[in-house]
Design a protein around this ligand. Structure first.
Ligand code: PMP
Length: 406
């Protein structure tokens, strides 16, 4: 042990903690990625066909977005220079908020610099000590952190179990109640029962916060998202719903927004710490996002391409399911979960695909429940028919091999 670490708790402790992560096969590492063509990338310099990007419509490198971002940088500079409450709220950011509200057919929208920070901080802005929050067991980590940070009483209900939620709500005498759910679950790809959740919120006077990170741009008419797909926007919009979506996935950029009733948004503007005390998203991103919204709204061919790839993958996987015991979870979104079961088997399959030039992430507990390790196949309008065929052929080969020889 060096003299530096002998007298320094942190330099002694971190190696021990890292060794524990290594022993549990939970140590993470990063790879550097460079774009090639479409869904083809170079990973640490090696060409790969990826099925892991959240760029569901293939917009992240679209020339219209790149041009808008460049024009934004020329007009506004690169950084925003401050909090939106001081000098960071550019005319581009303001125009984007108006566009977002119009697009999702809700009264008002607030644009944030990042999705994770949005969830982690809007929940504490809505509920605090003495209040109650009800959270689906499969909610995204950012919603879970938001619930914890709020210091409200947390009621976790089994995934999609509205009867369980109903009894928790019925037993709760606290007036300020918030129900929180992913609209599209990020590791399964299924859609929440939004009308069912809203009906319970109506019956028990609760507010509903929906995170549509994976539905915005993909689902609903013109990609207006899961709430529009459920027919609950425009004239049918409920003042009980706060709709949140990230702009880092189908929109192809980064950041997030929350939309809903004028008063709810005004309250979030007053009370959300990551809004007030963080630097606003740069105007160049707001400009790129305006270009992205126009494409999402008018280029329905992007969603048609994505839906064609989803149908192709699901049909092509069917013959592999019988012999292997693999399960394909029900999903009509870009997220397709192929449940393998054991952790080692899922990793083995990922490695077999990697050797064949395909990058599909294996997701293991604790991110997903024990015994449901899976390949999370993310599809995009940037995938071609041939790309999906290549994945199906590789999975077909691997399905025939004993697990350890992939
Ligand atoms: N919510 C969900 C459901 C997500 O999947 C993610 C990102 N993976 C986030 C929020 C966080 O969004 P961002 O990555 O844009 O910060």
């Amino acid at each position: 042990m060096s003299t530096a670490s002998a007298s320094n708790f942190w330099l002694r402790d971190i190696p021990r903690q890292l060794a524990a992560l290594d022993a549990a096969a939970l140590r993470r590492s990063r790879r550097t990625v460079e774009p090639l063509q479409g869904a083809h990338i170079a990973v640490d310099g090696r060409p790969m066909l990826q099925f892991c990007s959240n760029d569901y419509l293939g917009l992240a490198r679209h020339p219209a977005l790149v041009d808008a971002a460049c024009a934004g940088a020329r007009d506004f500079g690169v950084g925003s220079g401050g909090s939106p409450m001081v000098n960071g709220h550019s005319t581009a950011n303001a125009a984007l908020e108006d566009d977002l509200a119009r697009f999702v057919q809700l009264p008002r929208a607030l644009y944030f610099y990042a999705g994770f920070a949005t969830n982690a901080s809007i929940i504490p802005a809505l509920v605090g000590a003495g209040d109650a929050v009800f959270s689906d067991a499969l909610n995204h980590a950012s919603l879970i952190d938001g619930c914890r940070l709020s210091r409200a009483q947390i009621h976790r209900f089994a995934h999609g179990d509205l009867a369980a939620l109903e009894s928790q709500l019925a037993a709760c005498t606290i007036p300020r109640k918030l129900v929180v759910s992913d609209a599209v679950f990020s590791m399964d790809g299924n859609v929440a029962d939004i009308p069912g959740l809203l009906a319970l919120c109506e019956r028990h006077d609760a507010l509903l916060l929906l995170d549509d990170a994976h539905g915005f741009g993909v689902l609903g008419p013109e990609g207006r998202g899961s709430l529009a797909a459920a027919g609950l926007t425009g004239d049918k919009a409920s003042p009980r719903v706060l709709y949140m979506a990230t702009l880092s996935k189908a929109a192809g950029v980064s950041g997030a927004f929350v939309a809903g009733h004028e008063l709810l948004i005004e309250w979030l503007l007053q009370k959300t710490r990551s809004y007030t005390f963080a630097t606003a998203a740069p105007a160049l991103l707001a400009q790129a996002l305006q270009a992205s919204l126009r494409l999402i709204e008018h280029e329905s061919s992007l969603r048609e391409q994505l839906q064609a790839r989803i149908a192709q993958l699901r049909a092509g996987l069917q013959p592999l399911l019988q012999d292997t015991g693999w399960r394909l979870l029900p999903s009509h979104t870009a997220v397709q979960a192929l449940v393998i079961g054991g952790n080692a088997a899922a990793l083995d399959l990922m490695e077999g695909l990697r050797r064949r030039g395909l990058w599909v992430p294996a997701i293991r507990p604790p991110t997903v429940p024990a015994g449901t390790a899976r390949l999370r196949i993310a599809l995009s309008a940037a995938h071609t028919d041939a790309d999906v065929e290549q994945l199906l052929a590789a999975l077909g080969e691997l399905a025939l091999l004993p697990a350890t020889t992939s």
